[in-house]
Every structure is written in structure tokens, then in C-alpha cells.
Design a protein around this ligand. Sequence first.
Ligand code: PMP
Length: 434
Amino acid sequence: MTMINAYDGAAAGLSAEDRALLARRERVLGPAYRLFYETPLHVVRGEGVWLYDKAGRRYLDAYNNVASVGHSRPEVVEAIAAQAAVLNTHTRYLHEGVVAYAEALLATFPAELANLMLTCTGSEANDLALRIARTVTGGRGLIVTELAYHGVTAAIAGASPSLGPGNPLGPDVWTVPAPVSPATGADVGRQFADGVSRALGDMRAKGVRPAALLVDTIFSSDGVFADPPGFLTEAAGRIRAAGGLFIADEVQAGFGRVGPQMWGFARHGLVPDIVTMGKPMGNGHPVAGLVVRHEHAAAFGAAVRYFNTFGGNPVSCAAAMAVLKVIQGERLAENSGVVGDRLRAGLDALRQRHSRVGEVRGAGLFIGVDLERPSGEPAPEAATAVVNHMRDAGVLISATGPGGNILKIRPPLVFKPEHADILLGALSEALDAI
Ligand code: PMP
């Protein structure tokens, strides 16, 4: 993924101890890894919405969507520990855990999405979704957005243009422009669907049959495009009319992130053929997967068996079940909607006072804020300065999008109104300071 606000090698502001750790890290991990922030952050502990460094200084986490029910959430920790103490095998034995979890999770989906297949990462879930789509349709062609990120396997990195020019796209991959903002006055759904139709036409001309349209339903790496609800329906119709599947990548948008709905596709009033998920599913324990229409699971299963050594093991299912229970028990999808609305209202108010603040977009607790130069052009330098200033002030956010100028705010779902107010205060100060 394009890395914005990455550590630039200056090591400014680091203690001697952290500088030594950084040197050891670079020696053993090599140069492909990146660190956040001009002064990298060394955290040693997390609790709820807070991360702590060695000195005990706390940082409000408004970035990490994985720990969605809160860092070190006791119910999840206990579920993992209890199951690990009893049994951890795999999905080739009968076990209550995986079945009970599948039943509970599938109950959050429309009835058509009747089967769950488990993996360890979102990348694997998308890879499996692509294999299913290719098996079911007999086609190869895959359509993604221009700055999509879907993961790290060879096939899926090849469908992740946000990895940059050093990462060649796969031979059967077509890209389409991301949706535009409704503020442009455009018919967002029509415009996005027309891009899909153009890609389908090009595919046809090259003799490639379509397998799927794969989209992140919050378009996170493209710059956060959520509105108007329903705009994805037309594009989903176009891919299906051409014989392909519609795959919703909900690794970012799922599990209440775009609340009050549990799933991003629900905002669009459609039922995908496959929904992939991961990140917050185990609150940090690596569990991911996909739900799929039964007829597609049946066609795939008739052609090939599926087994994943770690995917869906009893410990992973215990973690995932604990997470789901907290999300449902504490109505965190609703909280995401309520606190997200408060944040957006506060950001809109900041916009009145700070000329750098442009459009505020998003849904639930996934928010993108454009920062602009006086000329109206994207201001990546302002985004970098704000993100680093806020880190120094004890609030963690990031930046994204094609111009690197879109603040990305995506806190754990246990974020409360008082946390939103801390964030807004820190952002206002950062905007004053830059
Ligand atoms: N899809 C989307 C939309 C993502 O944001 C990511 C991770 N950033 C992935 C897939 C890949 O998930 P993982 O890192 O768990 O493989």
C-alpha cells in the first residue's frame, strides 16, 4: 500500500534505546518493512482505546480497526487462553466451536449467504474468493478499483494497484476509477458502473471472460467513498449481467465499522455473491474468511476440496465468537454510527474554521477528511504534518488516498463520545500549528 507518513530514516526524537532497536530491526527485517511516523512509535501495551509506550505515556488510538472491541479485551483474551488450554486442532475433526461460530456469524447475513469458509488472513480470503469466482464462472477476468488494496498473495497483490508501480498487476486484472464524491454532482452509481462496463467491454475485446468485480465497500485505499448509500447496486448488476460475481471485500468495512449496519454492503441494499472479511474478526487473533452463496460453495466444493491448516481452528473460533458476542452485546455497530456521526459533525465544524479542511466523508467509524491547499489542490504535506503533530500530541490517525492528503480516522469501535472530543481537540490544535 502507498505508505504515507512513513518513518524517513532520520530517527529524530528517538531515545538511544529505541534507536538501537530500530537498527536491530532494520538488520533482521530488511528493507521491505515500513514504520509509521517521522518519529516511530514504540508501544508496549494496549487497553481499550489506548496504547501505552514504555514510559507509560498513553496514546488515543483512532487508527487501529483490528482491535475493534478494544485492545487486550478481557473476554477475547480469556476465550483464547481457555480454548488453548484445552484443545487446538483444525477443521478436519468434528468440533462444536467452528459450527457454533459459523451459525452465529451467518445469522448476521442475508439468508442467501449460507456458507462460511475460514482462513487466517484477509488476503487468503480474497484469494479463495477469486478461486471460487473463477471456478464458478469459468472466467478469468477480475475488476478492481484504481487504488485498491486487497492483500498479499501473488494473485491478490496482482489485484492491488495501491502497492504502486513496482507491483505489476496480474494479466487478467482490469482497473476502474474509484467512485467520485456525490459533492461533484455526478450520478455516483452510474459513473462507477460505466467504468465497470468499459472494463467488461475491453475484456471481451481481448477474449477474456469475466470472473468477478472485487471492491472494498468503503473504498479505503482509494480515499474513503461511502455515499450515496446504494451506489454499488448498478455496478453489481453490470458484472452479474456479464456472467461474473460481485465480491464485497469487507476486511475494512465489516463487523460494524460502517455502523449502524454490521456490513458495508448492507448500506447499498444488495446481497453480494461472496463477502470476504478479516482484520477485526478476532480482535488481533489471525482469523479471517468468507461467506458465500450456497450454490457457489457447492460448485467449488464439487471441483476441489478446501482445507486450511490454521483457518477455523478451535482457538481462532473461540476468539472470533468472543468478538462477535461483544459487538452484539454492546451494540457496537450502533455505537459506530452514533460516535461516527458526532465525529463527522465535529469535523464539519472544524471545516468552517480551518481553510485546509475540505470534504469529510465516510460511514460509521471510518472517516476520510480531505486536506487542501489554498488553491484547492490536495495537500499531502499538510496531512503528513497533521498526522505527526497529532502523534506527538498523543492521538493516532493516518492518511490515505491517491494524493496522500486524506486523513484516515478509524478507531476501535469502543470509541466513546468523549474520545471523539479528544480527537477533535487534537486535530484542531494540529491544524492551528501547521
Ligand atoms: N482487503 C482490504 C480492503 C484490506 O484493507 C486488507 C488489509 N489492509 C486486506 C484485504 C488484506 O488483509 P490481510 O492483511 O489480513 O491479509
